[in-house]
Write a protein that binds this ligand. Structure first.
Ligand code: GLU
Length: 303
């Protein structure tokens, strides 16, 4: 197999139209990839939260702001065999166990000593054969499958982030496959990034705390760990993550109000301290990643 060229990527979940914050992240991912001589890949993360028609609209929006990409668009829903192979490999190495807990039981369980908040308390990690049989019985009654969890052998992992520097975060017995049979995001993202040659992950910094888990999984699977570059989120005037309820925040909303895609890109450029950019290419030519604002982008739009 020929080695894939190094690449950056944008990996939206097709859950709705892209808003200005999403587009800013996409433009930055593209500009950093292109500016460092990389290919740029698109991947549709459609394992979950899929809204009819959203994928086609998102791809149109990315093209409208001037983002080109290399190779085929990958859909995560078509990557089941690769995801299953990764879980099988971890299973062979004794690194996977079945979990019969409900969400509620996990929330209500006392957390293990020294465990980070929200970490799985390890309830199903060391069950006897008889306890497992009872757990499976219970799952059958609930018409669910057991979730599959990683038997983590570390509790923290460190990654390098281009903007945040060295980041050490929690690794717990994370879910690899959910009780409804859907492969977990953390596993899919690691397997799919590697398969697309992605060695540079630019995305919003609400995912920074997931990077150590993902890097650890990559390392366990013998996959290269990408460089991370988490960029600030877009927020509303109250400092909350930008969302539909904030009014006309998607590209489509702005176009419906009579703005052009160039004007939307111009607004995004301004948020980066680059007034007068009319296209993603202008951003690429003028953006110095070292000047990225470290604060969230407070989006304040004329209605
Ligand atoms: N699909 C995720 C999202 O749209 C992004 C995942 C990633 O970039 O790793 O929030």
């Amino acid at each position: 197999m020929t080695a894939l060229p190094p690449a950056g990527r944008y990996a939206p979940s097709p859950s709705g139209d892209l808003h200005l914050g999403n587009l800013r992240t996409a433009i930055l991912a593209w500009a950093l990839a292109r500016g460092t001589g990389r290919a740029f890949r698109l991947r549709v993360e459609d394992l979950d939260r899929v809204r009819e028609g959203a994928e086609a609209r998102q791809l149109e929006d990315l093209a409208a702001v001037g983002l080109d990409h290399d190779g085929e668009i990958v859909r995560q829903s078509e990557r089941g065999d690769a995801h299953a192979a990764a879980i099988a490999e971890l299973t062979t190495r004794g690194l996977v166990y079945e979990c019969y807990c409900t969400r509620r039981e996990i929330l209500e369980a006392p957390s293990a000593p020294h465990a980070p908040p929200g970490a799985y308390p390890g309830t199903c990690r060391d069950l006897t054969a008889r306890e497992r049989e009872a757990g499976r019985e219970r799952m059958r009654a609930l018409r669910r499958e057991p979730a599959l969890r990683l038997r983590a052998e570390v509790s923290t992992w460190s990654v390098r982030d281009r903007f945040a520097g060295e980041v050490t975060g929690a690794v717990d017995d994370l879910v690899l496959r959910r009780g409804d049979g859907v492969v977990a995001y953390n596993l899919a993202v690691v397997v799919d990034d590697a398969a697309q040659g992605v060695d540079q992950v630019v995305r919003a910094d609400d995912l920074l705390s997931s990077a150590p888990r993902q890097a650890h999984l990559a390392q366990l699977l013998g996959l290269p760990v990408p460089e991370y570059a988490h960029v600030p989120l877009a927020v509303n005037a109250l400092g909350e993550r930008l969302a539909k309820r904030d009014g006309a925040v998607t590209l489509r909303d702005r176009l419906a109000l009579g703005e052009s895609a160039e004007q939307v890109v111009e607004r995004i450029g301004e948020s980066l301290g680059l007034p007068g950019c009319r296209s993603a290419r202008d951003v690429l030519e003028r953006w110095d990643p070292r000047s990225l604002p470290s604060e969230p982008w407070v989006v304040d739009l004329p209605a």
